[in-house]
Design a protein around this ligand. Structure first.
Ligand code: DOR
Ligand code: ZN
Length: 355
C-alpha cells in the first residue's frame, strides 16, 4: 500500500468482499453494480430455494455473470448451502473443479431464508468430514436459533455449544466464523491455534445497539447477528485494525427493499456495498490505522482462501467536503436503502472513469 503524506490518498490492492448477498432476478441486477469496488466476492447461497448442489451453483454463477454490467470486473466465488442431505461427493467435485470456494452452514431458523439449514449437525457429519479431508472451508452463521436463548447471546452460545465441539471433533476443518459481532467471537478466534478465521462487517464496526434502538427504532440497522453493545463494537474494531490476518472484510451486504425493511416484521440485512470502502477507510482513519487497511480489505482474505491478492489497484482520496452517497439503489422490486453510517463520509473511491 502506498500512502501519501497526511493520508489524503491511499492506493491499495483492489479489495474483495468475503461475504456478500446478491439475491437473484431483478434485485441481483439492481445491486451488482454496488459491488464494483470489489474484484471478487464470496456469494451467499441463501436464495429461495437455496443453492444446494453444484448444478445450482453453476446456474447461479451464470445468472450473476449474465447480470454484470458491461465493464465491471467481478468474479463471484460460489458457495453451497449445507443441508442435512448434502452429498459429500458433489461438494468435493465442485470444490476440485473450482466451481465453489466454500460451503455455508446456516443453523435452521437462525436468519433470512435459513429454513432448509441444519437442525442436527450429526446428520451433516459425513459431508463435514469430507470437507475436512479435502480442505473445503466451512462458512458459519454463528448463532443458535434456540428460542430460549436471548438474541444478544446467540453468538456466544453458538461458539460454546456448536462451534467448539465441532472443531474439537474435526480439527482439520477450516472454518470461517462469519460476521463476528462479539468480543467472545474475537477472543475465540484469537485463541484458536489453526484453521479458524473471522469476517467483520461494516455496520458492526460502526454501530452499537443504541444506534439501532435508542430514540426510535431504526429498521435499516436491523441485521443478524444483531448489533451488540458498545464494548463488543470496540473489540471488533481492535481486531480489524490489529493486523491479525485471521480477521478480514466480509460486508454481509444484504439487500432488502425499503418496503420489506420498514414493516411491522422487518427483514434482517444491511445494504452496505455502495459505501463499504468509504466507511471502512473512515473507521481505519479514526483508529489511526490506515496503514493496515490494505491487509484487512485486500490481503488477509485471499491468503486464508489460498488465492493470490488482486493485481489491480484501487485509490481512495480524502475529500475536504463530504461525498454524496445515493440514499437508495433502485431495483425492479423497489428501492433498497443504502447503509447510512450516521456521519459524513469523506473517503472517495476513485475509479478509472471518475479519475
Ligand atoms: O442480516 C442478515 N441478512 N443476516 C443474515 O444472516 C442473512 C442476511 C440476508 O440474507 O438478508
Ligand atoms: Zn450474510
Amino acid at each position: 500500500m502506498r500512502n501519501s503524506a497526511l493520508h489524503r490518498k491511499i492506493v491499495l490492492r483492489r479489495p474483495d468482499d468475503w461475504h456478500l448477498h446478491l439475491r437473484d432476478g431483478a434485485v441481483l441486477a439492481g445491486v451488482l453494480p454496488a459491488s464494483r469496488d470489489f474484484a471478487r466476492a464470496i456469494v451467499m447461497p441463501n436464495l429461495v430455494p437455496p443453492v444446494v448442489t453444484a448444478r445450482d451453483a453453476a446456474a447461479y454463477r451464470d445468472r450473476i455473470l449474465a447480470a454484470l454490467p458491461e465493464g465491471q470486473r467481478f468474479t463471484p466465488l460460489m458457495t453451497l448451502y449445507l443441508t442435512e442431505g448434502t452429498d459429500p461427493s458433489d461438494v468435493e467435485a465442485a470444490f476440485r473443479d473450482r466451481l465453489i470456494a466454500a460451503v455455508k452452514l446456516y443453523p435452521a431458523g437462525a436468519t433470512t431464508n435459513s429454513a432448509s439449514g441444519v437442525r442436527d449437525l450429526d446428520r451433516a457429519m459425513p459431508v463435514l468430514e469430507r470437507m475436512a479431508a479435502v480442505g473445503v472451508p466451512l462458512l458459519v452463521h454463528g448463532e443458535v436459533s434456540d428460542p430460549e436463548v436471548d438474541i444478544f447471546d446467540r453468538e456466544a452460545v453458538f461458539i460454546e455449544r456448536v462451534l467448539a465441539p465441532l472443531r474439537a471433533r474435526l480439527p482439520e476443518l477450516r472454518v470461517t466464523l462469519e460476521h463476528v459481532t462479539t468480543a467472545d467471537g474475537v477472543d475465540y478466534i484469537r485463541g484458536a491455534e489453526t484453521n479458524l478465521a473471522g469476517t467483520l462487517t461494516i455496520q458492526h464496526l460502526i454501530l452499537n445497539r443504541n444506534h439501532m434502538l435508542a430514540g426510535g427504532i431504526r429498521p435499516h440497522y436491523y441485521c443478524l447477528p444483531i448489533i451488540k453493545r458498545e464494548h463488543h463494537r470496540l473489540a471488533l474494531r481492535r481486531a480489524a485494525v490489529s493486523g491479525d490476518p485471521r480477521f478480514f472484510l466480509g460486508t454481509d451486504s444484504a439487500p432488502h427493499t425499503v418496503a420489506a425493511k420498514e414493516s411491522a416484521c422487518g427483514c434482517a440485512g444491511v445494504f452496505s456495498a455502495p459505501v463499504a470502502l468509504a466507511c471502512l477507510a473512515h473507521v481505519f482513519e479514526e483508529e489511526g490505522a490506515l496503514d493496515r487497511l490494505e491487509g484487512f480489505a485486500s490481503l488477509h482474505g485471499p491468503a486464508w482462501y489460498g488465492l493470490a491478492p488482486n493485481d489491480e489497484r484501487l485509490t481512495l482520496v480524502r475529500r475536504e467536503t463530504a461525498i454524496d452517497m445515493p440514499p437508495a439503489v433502485d431495483t425492479g422490486d423497489g428501492p433498497v436503502a443504502v447503509f447510512d453510517p450516521g456521519f459524513p463520509l469523506h473517503w472517495q473511491v476513485i475509479t478509472e472513469d471518475s479519475r
